[in-house]
Design a protein around this ligand. Structure first.
Ligand code: SAM
Length: 229
């Protein structure tokens, strides 16, 4: 299957194993992953999508609406889906206390200063139980035919495995998480040495403590869609 589907499948498999109840997808764009998670709920009760670009959100958000079959065959308990226009660099009170945050091909679209803000917001402020971050592995790029420069014009950087792991290990030290590295899209033969095409870090919170000092902060996201099954 194409690489983007392998990335979504990675998240679906994670959900199947760890059964988070509250999940946020950051940089959800046209809600493709949310739509898949809605069909592979595995006990999810709240599914939130956030993107800075309301145009991409509006494009396909109606595909999240319940189908007739959802009413005929009620599934496992109520499900709420919410979409917000907002930035992952901003602290939003309603995003705290989630079980899982997914960031699929998001961070490479942020300036490095914003990666720092994002890191502080997600791991410091939201402090979810787990975080999945995927991003291109720059070491794989020589294997991509005809590629010069980055894989997408909007990418601000593409990290080697060492660069990604340096960032992730610092996150763990500063915010009380452990991390495991994996990926999707493997090359053949001796080219395997370059690693996965998409590198993935899976963070798990060690420290159960979460400060509630910021609970009075005002809401900054804008709700654009909500549906309750
Ligand atoms: N996660 C989706 C997927 O894998 O199909 C789409 C990834 S797309 C390459 C990156 C998305 O991140 C875009 O929809 C973009 O609007 C969004 N984005 C960029 N900067 C953002 C920010 N600061 N806050 C929230 N979303 C942002």
């Amino acid at each position: 299957p194409p690489l983007y589907l392998q990335r979504y499948q990675f998240v679906i498999d994670y959900v199947k194993t760890y059964r988070p109840k509250k999940v946020i997808d950051f940089g959800c764009a046209e809600c493709c992953l949310l739509k898949k998670l809605r069909f592979h709920r595995n006990g999810i009760q709240l599914l939130v999508g956030v993107d800075i670009n309301s145009v991409v959100l509006l494009k396909r958000m109606h595909t999240l609406a319940p189908l007739v079959s959802d009413y005929l065959q009620p599934s496992d308990g109520p499900l709420t889906i919410e979409l917000y226009q907002g930035s992952v660099t901003e602290r939003e009170p309603c995003t705290r206390g989630f079980d899982l945050v997914t960031c699929v091909e998001l961070i490479e679209h942020l300036e490095l200063a914003d990666v720092e803000r994002f890191t502080e917001v997600v791991f410091g402020y939201m402090a979810p139980g787990a975080v999945i971050v995927s991003t291109p592995n720059a070491e794989f790029n020589p294997l991509l035919p005809g590629l010069r420069g980055f894989r997408n014009y909007d990418h601000k950087f593409e990290w080697t495995r060492a660069e990604f792991q340096t960032w992730a290990n610092r996150v763990c030290q500063e915010h009380g998480y452990s991390v495991q590295f994996t990926g999707v899209g493997e090359a053949n033969g001796h080219w395997r040495d370059v690693g996965f095409c998409t590198q993935i870090a899976v963070f798990q919170r060690i420290n159960r403590f979460m400060s509630n000092a910021e609970h009075l902060e005002p809401s900054v996201y804008r709700l654009v869609y909500k549906v309750v099954y």
